[in-house]
Design a protein around this ligand. Sequence first.
Ligand code: IVH
Length: 670
Amino acid sequence: MLSVEISYHNRLYYDESKQEISDYEYDALMQELILLEKQYPEFAQADSPSLRVGGTINKNFQQVKHQYPMMSLGNTYSMAELTDFDQRVKKVLGQDKVAYVCELKFDGVAISLWYENGLLIKAVTRGDGVQGDDVTANIKTIRSIPLSVKDSHIPEKFEVRGEIVMPHKGFEEFNKQRINNGEDAFANPRNAASGSIKMQDSSLVAKRPLQCFVYYALGDHKYSQSHSESLKLLKVWGFNVADYMAVYSNIDDVLGFIEKWDEKRKELPFDIDGVVLKVNDYHQQEELGYTAKSPRWAISYKFKAEQASTQLNDIVFQVGRTGAITPVAELEPVTLAGTTVKRASLHNADFIKDLGLQIGDCVMVEKGGEIIPKIIEVDLNQRSATSTEFKYITHCPECGTLLERKEGQAHHYCPNTTHCPPQIKGRIEHFISRKAMDIDSLGEGKIELLFDKKLVYSPADLYDLQAPHLLGLAKIIVNEDGSTRKMVFREKTVQNIIKGISDSKKMPFHRVLFALGIRYVGATTAKKLVAVYPNMTDLMQASYDDLLKVDEVGEKIAESLRMSFNNPDFIYEIGRLEFAGLQMQEELEERSVQDNKLDGKSFVVSGVFSVSRDELKKQIEYFGGKNVTALSGKTDYLIAGDKMGPAKKTKAEKNNIPIISEEEFREMIT
Ligand code: IVH
């Protein structure tokens, strides 16, 4: 059978690195299978190898409630705390010896895989731990995840959890390709992996070099007595279980394992950020149980961020869309956590001053959890005798205007908002970005070309563009590695651009407001403003004091809004956008019934939850509820988490305010 034949070649290629047929022949077989499945869908198998190629488009991922909450792990950076953990475990279990499984802590994206009757039926992201996104079609394209498991002993239903990672080699190549295509590079493999599994088109996911390591088996009945046995079984069933693990009954051996991997992680082909320690025996795990957030039978030891020393070659300055100046360190390229680092953000003038940086210095760079590497110290012993103090710029590096820095401000700003090129381009780039007007047929490179050709100076100019203006425009683009390519606007590109711009006219008012790029007005603030002022005229007329009354609008935001609405250029721009047909009022009834489940209800959130309190508050708002800080007669519900203070409870009871648990809250919204 065709699908069996293709699966055979897949196995040969991926498991044994062998090839019996050419790529061309393989593609032809696959095309034949896809065609047959289209013609006779009733015969398409649930684990067909064609699923690896993708093809499903997912506009919105469905939210799925986890069968078992996806908890996090308690973590520590200290070996002493691991010894404490060991003591605690032994005390609770009343044992003087406990076996632990030591595993690598993969630095990627967690995934939950559901199998029924041997078939992969669902793949769900972690989400908020209680519910996540259904990303099944995308996950099916990852070859290290079995689409079906064939073994006579498999349970009817079971769940496996693991981590999706993008190995270094694939990451570097993939980023190079993105840069060549004029797209932004991903900052690290974790971001690339998480961006990939959330893509709408699964055939694109199929092209991303993703891998999945599994590390946890769940199910109503366990298929073995211990975690290590389960992992062995998973391996037999065809899952990708990492070889790098060990079972120890002595905490000193555990510490040795950690030390070894802290050093050897540099040689691994993918990122890890620590070691996970798990009590091996399932009965013991059960006895230890769980806290609200994590199992008491496991802990993760996190490695300190990797550091490397290199030379500071120069400090250059970037001008953002709001005119903020960001100094950037240009470094002698150095490998750090598997990727090459050439630049580091220096944030602002004070940061440079506090470090005492001088050009030519030998510096220590670190890549922590954050995206951009940072310089943490200067090696003064290696400073050259001729090195001189670094002088911060006084004028905009792009337009030459004298920079301003108001009291209390961290950044210097270029005040030339209307004529400074990166500010103009930055504003348009922000305007078209995904969270704003989402015009994905345009991008940084194309905006640059339109600006260079003097066609677009402001977002409103986009709506005046017509196909003949664009056809044939061309530009040579210099890639990061110095190579060049030519970007030409051909007919198809032009059609897409015009369509993207025209479609954006349907974007709701809160998106338009965010897209305008008013300083400090982010996507959430824009929503809050629109909830109170559903049309532009009212919002523009709102006084500083009125604005302050809007939830989460403070002095900084109110001042910035008033400044923008008093600026004649800005008012003119809004007028042009309105004339072009953009939405300047929100159709409040547009919100679906689904999203309005908590309409108008006020909540007080107190205690510790399975997600952060901010996350919980966001969910309340998403469903139309209101967050209030103090309990009063008007409060509708108190959501009580772990460790909530007794005073809150008494007050709620006194005022007859229903006290609900996190679970009960979730039931209200699902
Ligand atoms: S076990 C209930 N094992 O780390 C415990 N997690 O901070 C389930 N992770 O959400 C997790 N490598 O995404 C486990 N070998 C490993 C892991 C691992 C990476 C991630 C996972 C989890 C997070 C917890």
